[in-house]
Design a protein around this ligand. Structure first.
Ligand code: FFO
Ligand code: ATP
Length: 179
């Protein structure tokens, strides 16, 4: 399928996924059992939107475990700036409807022990279809590091059902649910 059509179809499916909460519990438990998560002192992830895997439990668990948490802010020229996210960080709604911290140059971080990459669809090989901004492909091209993604059942594809392009950067590890 072409990327735009698949994005539309996935957004629709995810919006009405009846098993979402149960699947999220499975994904969290799998993630928490991984050494990459347990050992990570710094974790970058997103403030999720409604159709995405809810990241609040991940953020809470990371805080409880004493990890440093970073979340992205969309910058000009389709760049991402990752900024610290603590219990006292105020978030601002961006023009795309995303909740982001305020930009502060001296707080920007580019390397994390674990970077959890969002997206709409993934394969076991780590191929990824995002929302179409190319933000993570650009960021990872500049700052290669350990990456992981969480896939709800409609998001996991045995083989890519979309055109994989030369600039697409593969995710190291994709966790999904058993069905
Ligand atoms: N929760 C969450 N936060 C995230 C991401 C994500 O996937 N999930 N991102 C993952 O990358 C980044 C933001 N990604 C975005 C991807 C597409 C558009 C978007 O729809 N843009 C418009 C207009 C584009 C333009 O002005 O040129 C569009 O394409 O219509 C915005 C942000 C950073 N934060
Ligand atoms: N490393 C890069 N340098 C410059 N442009 C890039 C790079 N990676 C991707 N792009 C551009 O970004 C655009 C969007 O790419 P793509 O459709 O793969 O985004 P996506 O992976 O779905 O989105 P996101 O990473 O934001 O979730 C493409 O038009 C592509 O040309």
């Amino acid at each position: 399928m072409d990327k735009a059509a698949l994005r539309q179809a996935l957004i629709k499916q995810l919006a009405t996924l009846p098993t979402k909460t149960a699947e999220e519990q499975q994904l969290y438990q799998q993630l928490f059992a991984l050494p990459q998560w347990q050992k990570a002192k710094s974790v970058a992830l997103t403030i999720s939107q409604a159709i995405e895997v809810n990241s609040q439990p991940l953020i809470a668990a990371a805080w409880t475990a004493g990890k440093n948490v970073y979340v992205p802010k969309v910058m000009p020229q389709r760049q991402l700036a990752f900024l610290p996210y603590t219990k006292t960080t105020r978030l601002i709604k961006s023009k795309f409807g995303l909740c982001e911290p305020a930009y502060q140059a001296d707080l920007v971080q580019t390397k994390f022990d674990l970077l959890i990459v969002p997206g709409l669809a993934f394969t076991s090989k780590g191929q990824r279809l995002g929302f179409g901004g190319g933000y993570y492909d650009r960021f990872l091209a500049q700052h290669p590091q350990t990456t992981l993604s969480l896939a709800l059942s409609p998001q996991f594809y045995p083989v890519a059902d979309w055109p994989v392009e030369p600039f697409d950067i593969r995710i190291d590890q994709v966790i999904t649910v058993s069905r």
